[in-house]
Design a protein around this ligand. Structure first.
Ligand SMILES: O=C(O)c1cc(=O)[nH]c(=O)n1[C@@H]1O[C@H](COP(=O)(O)O)[C@@H](O)[C@H]1O
Length: 231
């Protein structure tokens, strides 16, 4: 049965054992899981297949950012791995995103959702200034969202702080929002954060949550608390 909840738990771990150990405490009916750069670089596609075999839909978060052909072929490889969602950096530009869209559209069968990363949730205005962008994060997110919609992407990774503006300007794009922090939990390296309930109310379609669940003393209880907060 397809998973109905908006929660995506980030499996940011250094080993297959640690990732599968957390997955064993989670219910695939209550969350999807995300495999990111650390776990994938250490364990490869096998850990994605193992999670899928346990009933989880997997967001492969490798944030591809390269020339159009290279990125499109990477997205194709992700689709052939059977993942539910894959992402690329919008700042790779319109031609890069369009190449990914066209490549996925040529594939048969179920295709992953193609999602564009806008401005990382760890960045704030002064970080953008440091890379030469004298602009508020939300302005840059909206600019990249326009390109992503033009390229036919299914959605965006952004902060839930931008969800209201994005849902107004680009209602067709699904919003995947990391930087989720239940009240009282550590901010860590995130900057543009909201609580699970605030994010959902702002219009987020999916909430990506890592350390507040993965590093909790009782991850199942931490997930249950988020589920209860959203009910
Ligand atoms: O693409 C992502 O998933 C992502 C984009 C972004 O802007 N910010 C962000 O935190 N992420 C990922 O979302 C997860 C957030 O983890 P926590 O900060 O531990 O909840 C990490 O796996 C990040 O790699």
């Amino acid at each position: 049965m397809p998973c109905q909840t908006p929660i995506i738990v980030a499996l940011d771990f250094p080993s297959r054992e640690a990732a599968l150990d957390l997955a064993a405490r989670l219910d695939p009916a209550q969350c999807r899981v995300k495999v990111g750069k650390e776990l994938f670089t250490r364990c490869g596609p096998g850990v994605v297949e193992a999670l899928q075999a346990r009933g989880f839909e997997v967001f492969l978060d490798l944030k591809f950012h390269d020339i159009p052909n290279t990125t499109a072929m990477a997205v194709k490889a992700a689709a052939e791995l059977g993942v539910w969602m894959v992402n690329v950096h919008c700042s790779g530009g319109l031609r890069m995103m369009s190449a990914c869209r066209e490549t996925l559209d040529k594939l048969g069968g179920r295709k992953p959702l193609l999602i564009g990363v806008t401005v990382l949730t760890s960045m704030e205005r002064e970080d953008l200034a440091g890379i030469g962008l004298d602009i508020e994060p939300q302005q840059q997110v909206l600019r990249l969202a326009g390109l992503a919609e033009q390229a036919g992407l299914d959605g965006l990774v952004c902060s839930a702080q931008e969800a209201v503006a994005l849902k107004t300007a680009h209602p067709s794009l699904q919003l995947v929002t990391p930087g989720i922090r239940p009240a009282g939990s550590a901010q860590d390296d995130q900057r543009r954060i909201l609580t699970p309930r605030q994010a959902l109310e702002a219009g987020s379609d999916y909430l990506v949550i890592g350390r507040p669940i993965g590093q909790a003393a009782d991850p199942a209880q931490a997930l249950a608390a988020v589920v209860a907060e959203l009910a």
